[in-house]
Design a protein around this ligand. Structure first.
Ligand SMILES: *Cc1c(COP(=O)(O)O)cnc(C)c1O
Length: 394
């Protein structure tokens, strides 16, 4: 299947797989095997020497995993991809591949809690430092780049405050200085945002979220150019070992087929709920990039297909009021993670961002009353009714 000739909605279903090669099986087969046999000792020698293509051992490659990697490379518009056992396995493998002792990483003003934890570990154990930058103009970004900066690491939208970073602007500044730009694209999925098309170098996903879409897999992905991905495959992935299981890769291939359909529904529902929350007297401090008054609305228009399925908002009152509201919800589940069919709500200050020091958290705009809603695929009327009855009770 030459995927270049078809549209995104077709690519997510067909790219990276050809049924002729597998007895006509409509769906990709699951190669649930740890190792692969060689016909002869010499063939084994050739495979290990890299002079003959073919599988050796599933930590080094597996046909089902490869189908997923080919599909995600096509839909993220990259040359190659790698699948990992978790989003954090992808984050750590990529960051370690781009840094050595003495280097500096420049991050967007907010990053995922465990990514923050990992950077902290790199600083304490390996003297790889990091800073945060608003990256809201060329000047701000240029000032924040140090002579030893070897990686720019971005999340956009930033969790949970939904601030956006202009990917094209960052990529232009970084290219002049020869610094690779890594984007954690988990919140958008490739359906809403394709950072490589804006000049960024590497995309990471926690595939646990929208890409899986069904809340039953923990997995990660990284996409980039052939040379870089190959280097990661043969170093930080192979030797640290955070590879995905063939079954999980198979589930992701399955989930990906409905990504565009699911994302449109997540976005439709989020738009409806945002209008409702915005007008509710007990709600304040809303963050949703789909609002025309959002400070980064023009960036959203430029680089995102739609504003996404996540809304953050505060309940008027205290931390206890916010928690009481959560406890009154019935349909909406209290859980971290996002991108599932079920609508989920979480309290960043005590959950996803609990590891971030208080002062840093306040600076990121994560107050004690802030909640993050991952809008699911249920009827929006039912989600709204649940929020409404819970708000009435506090
Ligand atoms: C969940 C998440 C991660 C970590 O992914 P896991 O699959 O849980 O390891 C990284 N970045 C973002 C933005 C996430 O939401």
């Amino acid at each position: 299947m030459k995927s270049k000739e078809v549209r995104f909605e077709t690519e997510v279903i067909h790219s990276g797989y050809s049924s002729e090669r597998f007895e006509g099986s409509l769906t990709p087969p699951l190669f649930q095997t740890s190792t692969f046999t060689f016909d002869t000792a010499e063939q084994g020698e050739r495979r290990f020497a890299g002079v003959e293509d073919g599988y050796i051992y599933s930590r080094l490659g597996n046909p089902t995993v490869k189908m997923l990697e080919e599909r995600i490379a096509v839909i993220e518009k990259g040359e190659a991809a790698l699948a990992f056992s978790s989003g954090m396995a992808a984050v750590s493998a990529i960051v370690v591949a781009l840094t050595k002792t003495g280097d500096h990483i420049l991050c967007s003003q907010g990053i995922y809690g465990c990514t923050f934890g990992f950077l902290q570990l790199l600083k304490e154990k390996y003297e790889i430092s990091h800073d945060f930058s608003l990256m809201n103009s060329k000047e701000v970004l240029e000032d924040a780049i140090l002579p030893n900066t070897t990686c720019i690491y971005i999340e956009t939208p930033i969790n949970p405050t939904m601030k956006l970073v202009d990917l094209q602007m960052v990529a232009e500044v970084a290219r002049q200085k020869g610094i690779p730009v890594v984007v954690d694209n988990t919140f958008c999925s490739p359906y809403l945002q394709q950072p490589l098309l804006h000049g960024c170098d590497v995309v990471i996903h926690s595939a646990t979220k929208y890409i899986c879409g069904h809340g039953d897999v923990i997995a990660g992905l990284a996409i980039g150019n052939q040379d870089f991905i190959k280097r990661v495959a043969m170093t930080t992935q192979k030797d640290i070992g955070g590879i995905i299981s063939p079954f999980d890769a198979w589930l992701l291939l399955r989930g990906l087929k409905t990504l565009p359909v699911r994302m449109d529904r997540h976005c439709d529902n989020a738009n409806r709920l945002y209008s409702f929350l915005k007008n509710h007297p007990k709600v304040e401090d809303l963050h949703f990039p789909g609002d025309e008054g959002h400070p980064d609305y023009s960036i959203m228009k430029k680089q995102m297909k739609r504003p996404g399925g996540l809304i953050s908002f505060s309940i008027k009152g205290t931390k206890e009021t916010a928690q009481a509201f959560m406890n009154k919800l019935n349909l909406i589940k209290i859980a971290v993670s996002l991108g599932d069919a079920e609508t989920l709500i979480q309290h960043p200050a005590t959950m996803t961002h609990a590891v971030v020091p208080n002062e840093e958290r306040e600076r990121m705009g994560i107050h004690d009353t802030l909640l993050r809603l991952s809008v699911g695929l249920e009827a929006w009327e039912d989600i709204q009714a649940d929020i409404e009855q819970a708000l009435e009770k506090i």
